[in-house]
Ligand binder design. Structure first.
Ligand code: TXA
Ligand code: MG
Length: 319
């Protein structure tokens, strides 16, 4: 029997028994559990095979619940929450003592957001606690944007995936932390940095490396398909000199004619970056299931969500 279901009462009952379930959000599906249950949190880390120092995002139902989770909240964090919640923005703030080290990976900060998905907001409304939820993929794999992706990853071990359809945004939330009250970008995501800067002025981009990533999830190989992937400004040129026979491509707007291409993913024929972002992971999932020799992806325009798409494509090329 399929683990995919749209029953909120069933989801509530499982979560109240310290179980974890897949939940939809507007960005990607999450593996959710009660933030106050040691059993649920340990289970999330085990199921994802995620290192314990890599902290989870806390999902709350409204900004009114923020003070239960975080303290000493900078003015600019409140401005961003007012502008973008519910929505694809995660804020890293000082944690309240009730938030356990298990959730924060031992840090004194906590990542928190209000997801913009009717089903998950309705679910949170019926729970007495927020939900910790990392993306519902095994560590290092492509994030899921459909209930079926989650079921494929976790069929054997997960009791339920709450089916909320295809994720509207399709790429993880943008993560913002604060240094002396000023915003710092930890992870590019579904909310363009230009939109954030329109509210709070310039945002500092932190540099990170694999040994001590500032947002510990920012290992350079992340969001990666199993198939070898290349990123290029000119797919046609790359194809000419390529030794591979069975190739999949990802392009922004225009398809390419070449007999070596067995699967082609055009992310937005109208050239809309938001549409392209929403299609990216589903395209990577499909290509990864085609037994290809390699995937060639076209570099996107380096503006708005194009920056986020290029970031994920760059990570997809790492082995
Ligand atoms: O869109 C999203 O954010 C999705 C949906 C399910 O909400 N969640 C998600 O979670 O992408 P995850 O666990 O895959 O990524 C969370 C990121 C990680 O890179 C983690 O290191 C970072 O958030 N993070 C969490 N707490 C942090 C903290 N206290 N300081 C810095 N980074 C933190
Ligand atoms: Mg993730």
């Amino acid at each position: 029997m399929s683990i995919v279901s749209n029953s909120i009462p069933k989801a509530v009952a499982l979560l109240n028994k310290d179980e974890i379930i897949g939940i939809p959000t507007e960005t990607v599906y999450g593996l959710a559990g009660n933030i106050y249950s040691v059993k649920a949190i340990q289970n999330i880390f085990a199921m994802k095979q995620r290192p314990s120092f890599n902290p989870l995002i806390v999902h709350i139902k409204s900004v009114n619940d923020l003070s239960e989770i975080a303290r000493d909240i900078p003015e600019k964090a409140l401005l961003l929450a007012a502008a973008f919640w519910p929505g694809p923005l995660t804020l890293v703030l000082k944690k309240q003592p009730c938030i356990s080290d298990l959730v924060t990976g031992g840090k004194d900060t906590v990542a928190v957001r209000v997801p913009n998905h009717t089903l998950t907001l309705a679910l949170l409304d019926q729970l007495a606690y927020p939900l910790a939820a990392p993306s519902a993929n095994p560590f290092g794999c492509i994030s899921p944007t459909m209930a079926a992706h989650v079921a494929r990853y976790f069929e054997e071990v997960l009791p339920m995936v709450l089916d909320g359809g295809a994720c509207h945004r399709g790429i993880e939330s943008t993560i913002i932390g604060f240094e002396n009250g000023e915003p710092v970008l930890y992870r590019l995501g579904s909310l363009a940095t230009e939109d954030i800067e329109a509210i709070v002025g310039s945002v500092k981009m932190i540099t990170h490396d694999d040994l001590a990533p500032a947002a510990p999830g920012m290992f350079s190989r992340h969001y990666a398909p199993l198939t070898t992937t290349f990123l290029t400004t000119d797919v046609k040129e790359k194809l000419k000199t390529f030794p591979y026979q069975k190739i999949g491509v990802i392009v922004f707007q225009k398809g390419i004619d070449d007999p070596k291409i067995v699967q082609q993913e055009i992310l937005s024929s109208t050239g809309n970056l938001a549409e392209a972002a929403s299609q990216l992971y589903a395209a990577l999932h499909r290509l990864d299931n085609c037994h290809l020799d390699c995937i060639i992806a076209e570099r996107f325009p380096d503006v708005g969500l194009g920056k986020t798409i290029n970031d994920r494509l760059k990570r997809a090329t790492k082995k």
